[in-house]
Design a protein around this ligand. Sequence first.
Ligand code: SF4
Ligand code: SF4
Length: 454
Amino acid sequence: MIQQHSVLLKEELCEGCTNCVKDCPTKAIRVHQGKATIKEELCIDCAECIRTCAYHAKYTRTDSIEDIADYDYPVALVPPSFYGQFIDYSPGQVIKGLYKLGFKGVYDVAMAAEALTYKTIDFLKNTKELYISSSCPVVVRLIKLLYPELIDQLIPFKPPTELMAQSVRKELLDSGLSEQKLGIFLVTPCPGKTSTVHNPLGVDRSFIDKAIPVDKVYHSLLEVMDKKNSESEGKKGLTPYLGIKWGQSGGEVDLIKPAILNKTIAVSGIHNVKDILEEISRNNITDIRYCELSACTGGCVGGVLNVINPFQAKYNLKKLAEEHNKAVNQDYCLYSYQLSSEFKPVEVARLDSDIEKAMEKLAQLEKEIDLLPGLDCAACGAPDCQTLAEDIVTGKAKRSDCIFILREQVEDLADQMSELAHSIPPIMRKKRREEKAGTQKEVLKGENNKNESK
Ligand code: SF4
Ligand code: SF4
């Protein structure tokens, strides 16, 4: 079976410190007997646990650059954030380098991002409500899992990566290339995008075949790219400089806001994203028409698979975008924006899938919550007391997993033992006293004998 998630655990490296337990935005991690486990149904591949783990026990499963050899016609999809990894190499040199690595075609996801910008503006002009960008897969998964009431507020179009992959696939197959020979590789900045290959969003089946991480491509490229400051500009082509802005937080709204009276906000970082979704869900956000939300701090330049500092990458992208401020002249109707599969809520039965049993467990849950200390210390291996109570009720944890309850139990046990030690019949107590007195006499006698012989 193909694993749907790309954030995985190397059990042998886990020290059971529980730091990741507290940082996971969906409470997907537990530590039992000193080892973490990830509850697959709750994981959204946000990579927060990779960032947190000091022992490198969490990692991203990705494809490898050697996989290019499996296809007669491998092509690379370059995300907008990728160009931010380079300060001394122009987009043209980067593209030329990708050809040298063996790709037969290189396509900019930023082209589709530019096209989607205009499609989104049209959509917003014909609607009135607040809408949320659906380009970050982690945000979409978070909404499907924790805020299903906001699904209808997601922009109902495919994300730029799928738009571009679909358009490339169509173009190449129409030109006579056979399906088996074509391999579409996404250069990915994050596990979130990596897992869309096997666990797609908005499409029945992803148009992307493989995802190779930015860091692997970056280091391979450095070996083959023309030297710094070389005269060579590399492949000349249409560089979608405006779409490149999508690689950083605020880039999408920069392009969209003039059309909707600046009624936009951009929020990045998974915990900030959760906070704003909470507020949208409570109708506390007003006068805003478009929310650009990125799970990574700073946007895709902050993805864990990138190489350079996200702020430097942001600066590099800004410089590139300043070079040109015109969109690429392309036919926006060539893209197929409509979702082929709706965004649906992820239903996770927290207590029981049977409604009657779930009600019974709910009553038990309330009792368990009252018994626990409410400190949310995570020392038990669950992120908070409420979650431990759920795990107890569903038979996945014991009350004594709480160290404070365990301490109380040990104290009670110690009291009982002491009580037990004193609860012997009077006759035995008398005998013990006599035995003790006899032993003391023997000792004194022995000591006197020693003194006399001196
Ligand atoms: S990737 Fe994110 S959601 Fe999944 S276990 Fe790690 S922190 Fe939790
Ligand atoms: S913001 Fe982060 S998680 Fe979301 S698509 Fe960009 S790199 Fe991936």
